[in-house]
Design a protein around this ligand. Structure first.
Ligand SMILES: O=C(O)CCC(=O)C(=O)O
Ligand SMILES: [Fe+2]
Length: 316
């Protein structure tokens, strides 16, 4: 495996260090596409630990309770297990997940979960904190693209009824005694189709790998050298999604990434992670400053992506 540096960017003293932080974020988006944020004010380590604890308690519930809210593709919401098939392997990832689209909070989030009365409140607070941080990061990217600083706000504003931003709680199965039966990937290689993903990993849950130089839009598979992104509770792994790659005329890179299944000497316990997907509202037009790509609405972009599912499968 090739070791390429994934930039680590401190957000300490954010307001006084804005210019320096902005420069580092833009460089990381242009040159790598993945970076790790540390020293952020919110969500702080304790809030992240609290969310992981809540997520673990949710996944420990019996399947029939979680199954009250099965995953609905059109709503990008609900629980699924051993169901997500990525084009790169055509087999289901060995994991379960719960997608919480913010606007479905009163209609389709799990309700009255036994022993977790604070589920809604904790998830909502967490999402709001992550949303706020996401918008700060996106404001720097907006300026770099010669848009106004608030350019991405309306596209992702949680108060609109058609907002698509979603948090995903993930749990990759524990594999004690099963290593030899498991597929090589807990999550097979893919790019994220959203604008920006904020991913929370937990210490001990290594396995995430990214492939600098292998991107969603440009020619890829050149070299195919993967780099590990260490898991550390409290830090935030951020990646550019396909839509921001398009919106930036390919200046910011949406990288392939995957999660490797540990070998017999690795940590065989379940692996937990949480991803917050900033996804623009359906009608928002994704049009880069130089119009390198045909301008598409967010919903057209998603349906085009689904249409090209097979093409990506054979290329990756
Ligand atoms: O679990 C992880 O570390 C990565 C998850 C991921 O890439 C995704 O769900 O898009
Ligand atoms: Fe991903």
């Amino acid at each position: 495996m090739c070791i390429r540096q994934i930039p680590r960017i401190s957000l300490r003293d954010f307001d006084v260090r804005r210019d320096q932080i902005s420069k580092q974020l833009i460089e990381a988006a242009e040159n790598v596409g993945f970076f790790i944020l540390v020293d952020q004010e919110r969500p702080n380590k304790q809030e992240i630990e609290e969310m992981f604890d809540l997520s673990a308690r949710y996944f420990a519930l019996p399947n029939d309770i979680k199954g009250h809210n099965p995953f609905i593709r059109e709503q990008n919401s609900g629980w699924e297990k051993d169901a997500q098939i990525r084009p790169s392997t055509c087999v289901a990832d060995p994991k379960e997940s719960l997608q919480l689209q913010y606007v479905r909070r009163n209609t389709y989030w799990p309700k009255d979960l036994p022993g977790i009365p604070q589920f809604h409140e904790t998830c909502l607070n967490f999402m709001k904190n992550v949303q706020e941080l996401s918008m700060k990061i996106l404001s720097f990217f907006a300026v770099a693209l010669s848009f106004p600083p608030s350019f991405f706000d309306e596209a992702h504003d949680l108060s609109f009824e058609d907002c698509l931003s979603t948090m995903r709680l993930l749990r990759y199965h524990g594999i004690t005694g099963k290593v030899s039966d498991m597929p090589e990937w807990r999550a097979s290689a893919h790019t994220d189709f959203d604008v920006l993903t904020l991913l929370f990993q937990e210490s001990g849950g290594d396995g995430l790998e990214v492939c600098p130089g292998r991107e969603a839009h440009t020619s890829f598979a050149l070299g195919d050298e993967w780099t590990a992104v260490p898991a550390q509770t409290g830090e935030i792994t951020v990646n550019i999604g396909d839509m921001l790659m398009a919106w930036s005329d390919d200046r910011f890179k949406s990288l392939y990434h995957r999660v490797r299944t540990p070998g017999p000497q690795g940590n065989l316990k379940a692996r937990n992670s949480m991803a917050y997907f900033n996804q623009p509202r359906p009608h928002i037009l994704i049009a880069g400053p130089t119009r390198k790509h045909e301008a598409l609405s967010s919903s057209q972009y998603i349906s085009n992506g689904e249409y090209h599912w097979f093409c990506k499968a054979i290329n990756s």
